[in-house]
Design a protein around this ligand. Structure first.
Ligand code: C5P
Length: 224
């Protein structure tokens, strides 16, 4: 569950409401900038922490940030695969028990966004190239959209973790996400973990929304 909320109190309240319904608590940029390491330490007592900081900088800076994240006791940490082989290797060297996920192409981007940023390859090819680079550099897995999960499962094999945001119950708002699918589709396509934020956070009954996504996940596992 993505704890995309503006304060630690709200994150703690939401994680309490969702206790038993979600496997990981994802601390992203908004919450980390507001609640910092103390927030991670408090939330870690409730469930394992997925620290979604999407690190992307020179190798020396990223390796020091990875050490700091490891000391916080997070279980998963994101780095941008576009940071290149040197940055990824530097991150992996410091990760030890912390599992790194390489972000391939943000799920809010489509082909025209990539082209606007100077990347003219087909989007799926960019996702696959960055995924291979991340896992080849020692990352435990990748973040991609559900639409690429099956291609990535083929490319990366059974051991790589495939984590998919951009998950929406059918008929719900996509918001700023461009490459979306349901949790059932993501899991059936080979994803190991789905990341869900707004469809749970903004639901009138977040625990009921989480339960319904859990049912879709079970359905998707049945469809493999
Ligand atoms: O609200 P929503 O379900 O769209 O939230 C998706 C979460 O996944 C957000 O916290 C966002 O930062 C994160 N994310 C993403 N796309 C990626 C990597 C992470 O949407 N490629």
């Amino acid at each position: 569950m993505a704890l995309d909320v503006p304060s630690l109190d709200e994150a703690l309240a939401l994680s309490d409401r969702l206790a038993g319904h979600v496997g990981w608590l994802k601390v992203g940029l908004e919450l980390f900038v507001r609640a910092g390491p103390e927030g991670v330490t408090r939330l870690r007592q409730r469930a394992p922490i997925f620290l979604d900081l999407k690190l992307h900088d020179i190798p020396a800076t990223v390796s020091r940030a990875v050490s700091a994240a490891r000391a916080l006791g997070a279980g998963l940490l994101t780095v941008h695969a576009a940071g290149g082989p040197g940055m990824l290797r530097a991150a992996v060297e410091r990760a030890e028990g912390l599992r790194l996920l390489g972000v391939t192409v943000l799920t809010s981007l489509d082909q025209s966004d990539l082209e606007a940023a100077g990347c003219t390859l087909p989007l799926e090819a960019v996702v696959e190239r960055r995924a291979r680079l991340a896992v080849g550099s020692g990352c435990a897995g990748v973040v991609a959209s559900p639409q690429e999960a099956s291609r990535l499962r083929q490319a990366l094999g059974a051991d790589a973790l495939i984590v998919t945001p951009g998950v929406r119950p059918s008929g719900s708002e996509a918001g700023d996400q461009r490459r979306v699918a349901t949790a059932r589709e993501a899991i059936a396509a080979g994803a190991d973990l789905v990341v869900v934020g707004r469809p749970i956070r903004d639901a009138p009954d977040p625990a009921a929304a989480a339960r319904s996504i859990a049912a879709e996940i079970a359905d998707g596992l049945g469809g493999r």
